[in-house]
Design a protein around this ligand. Structure first.
Ligand SMILES: CC(C)(COP(=O)(O)OP(=O)(O)OC[C@H]1O[C@@H](n2cnc3c(N)ncnc32)[C@H](O)[C@@H]1OP(=O)(O)O)[C@@H](O)C(=O)NCCC(=O)NCCS
Length: 155
């Protein structure tokens, strides 16, 4: 089930993020992956949980965290999903979609009209398109000089 990301989930979410950065973000070079891992430590996640108006969620089954979504507070109606990750063993079971749909619902309740996010690879881009997001921009040589797509979702 989907629930709000809380302090007791931090260790599990951190593990999911690190594994995903190491194993799935092949579009980024080693330096970028190291930087992301260093920057997204458990202290940052603790700070994140305490931020007001953000939307951050986990999906768990019998106490095991299998997915997570971290979103920023919206600014003038536009929210950013920073991370969406589903454990490798649990992909293809609608967990990513459920996290995105719940985030959309919560952002709507907070008064946002749009979710945006960026992706560096075509495979995850196709996932977002499949659930309804649209390509809004192609960002050349963006973070770490990697090309990203910006995707948007009108809520
Ligand atoms: C991308 C990711 C979040 C998708 O989560 P998931 O739980 O495996 O996906 P779901 O099972 O919820 O898929 C929902 C729908 O999208 C489709 N889908 C999933 N991945 C897809 C892909 N790569 N291309 C096209 N469609 C896809 C599914 O078939 C499903 O379709 P349906 O609703 O018609 O049955 C997950 O694979 C992941 O964590 N990947 C690594 C991290 C990553 O790339 N994150 C995004 C960038 S930060």
């Amino acid at each position: 089930m989907v629930e709000t990301f809380s302090l007791h989930h931090i260790k599990d979410v951190h593990k999911l993020l690190v594994e995903m950065i190491q194993q799935d973000l092949g579009a980024l070079n080693e330096t970028a992956r190291k930087d992301y891992i260093q920057s997204w430590d458990q202290d940052k996640l603790t700070h994140w949980v305490h931020q007001k108006q953000q939307v951050s969620l986990v999906y768990h089954e019998q106490g095991q965290v299998l997915g997570a979504l971290l979103g920023t507070p919206h600014e003038s109606g536009v929210a950013t999903v920073i991370w969406l990750v589903v454990d490798k063993s649990a992909r293809g079971r609608s967990i990513g979609k459920q996290l995105m749909l719940r985030a959309a619902e919560e952002y709507r309740e907070l008064g946002a009209h749009k979710i945006k996010l960026t992706v560096p690879d075509k495979n995850s881009k196709r996932f977002y398109e499949h659930i309804g997001l649209e390509e809004e921009a192609y960002l050349r040589k963006h973070w770490y000089q990697v090309d990203f797509w910006q995707m948007g979702w009108q809520l």
